[in-house]
Design a binder for this molecule. Structure first.
Ligand code: G1P
Length: 298
């Protein structure tokens, strides 16, 4: 239990998935590079991590994901061009995608064996420290404070694994990890059990895991032991189920809106809401939406 005094400095981004729900857009580009307005999903996820104090971004990638490495790397040609044209705002933007003091590490997941396997691939880099896992598909607008920062605050109080939770519709339990909760205090649940993608009749509740996890390093020994589970994949949920037997794991109902950007509908909702928040687009976009609503008699 040495880890408990250590701060959370590392975040794992499993980005090896194929993104089949967005084919053909994802045929040659990673789904995590899909933009919401003008920023790719993976950058929103990285910014959320950095805002929560993360210093090491660990991407678990596959062969078709080189664009992610390029995105977080220096682009000298672009920087020179922007400088020459006097576009200093854009120059600052591209230069500071990864701020000073933050580093990026890339690990290959050799086979698509599931989320649990992807997290296990990061073990040599994470070591014996608590760490975050962020699924970039789940874009979260945390209003005043980003979701991961809210979770880190809870971790600092409780020193145990914390998992982002959201209430979902009963019919949708088979898309998520579902917890059996015991009330702890407001918006915080002790997880009694957890199951991956149960059908509604078997689900222990309608509290679903979203793509934000703070995990103690004890998770790795469980990931090493578990066999393939739901969907014939090595599931992070199954390792958490084992971790529960030896450590407290909390479910945290964060303040904010989650967009399931792994689905087209969720992606479109995020695009609309983020465009309406964008200072240069808001007014023009609002007018267009009003016109669309009128025309379609909404
Ligand atoms: C993964 C997890 C699941 C979790 C979900 C959140 O599923 O396995 O437990 O509820 O992310 O987005 P996936 O969406 O990768 O099928």
């Amino acid at each position: 239990m040495e880890h408990i005094k250590k701060p959370i400095r590392k975040a794992v981004f499993p980005v090896a998935g194929l993104g089949t729900r967005f084919i053909p857009a994802t045929k040659a580009s990673p789904k995590e590079m899909l933009p919401i307005v003008d920023k790719p999903l993976i950058q929103y996820a990285a910014e959320e991590a950095i805002a929560a104090g993360i210093e090491q971004l660990i991407f678990v990638t596959s062969s078709s994901k080189r664009a992610i490495e390029d995105h977080f790397d220096k682009n000298q040609e672009l920087e020179d061009e922007l400088e020459q044209r006097g576009k200093y705002d854009l120059l600052a933007m591209v230069k500071h995608i990864v701020p000073e003091g933050v580093s990026c590490i890339y690990i290959r997941q050799p086979e698509a064996l599931g989320l649990g396997h992807a997290v296990l691939c990061a073990k040599p880099v994470v070591g014996d420290e608590p760490f975050a896992v962020i699924l970039a598909d789940d874009l979260i607008d945390g209003f005043e404070q980003a979701c991961l920062s809210q979770m880190v605050n809870l971790y600092k109080e409780q020193h145990c694994s914390v998992i982002g939770i959201e209430e979902i519709k009963a019919a949708e339990t088979d898309k998520y990890g579902i917890i059996k909760p015991e009330e702890f205090y407001e918006n915080v649940w002790k997880i009694k059990s957890i199951v991956e993608k149960p059908t509604p009749d078997k689900a222990p509740s309608t509290l679903a895991v979203v793509g934000r996890y703070l995990l103690t390093p004890a998770i790795f020994s469980h990931l090493e032991k578990i066999k393939k589970g739901a969907g014939d994949e090595i599931q992070l949920t199954d390792a958490i189920a084992r971790l529960l037997a030896e450590e407290q794991v909390l479910g945290f109902q964060f303040n904010g809106i989650r967009y399931d950007c792994g689905s087209k509908l969720g992606y479109l909702k995020a695009t609309i809401d983020y465009a309406l928040q964008h200072p240069n687009l808001r007014e023009g976009f609002k007018k267009h939406l009003q016109m669309v609503c009128k025309k379609n008699c909404f």
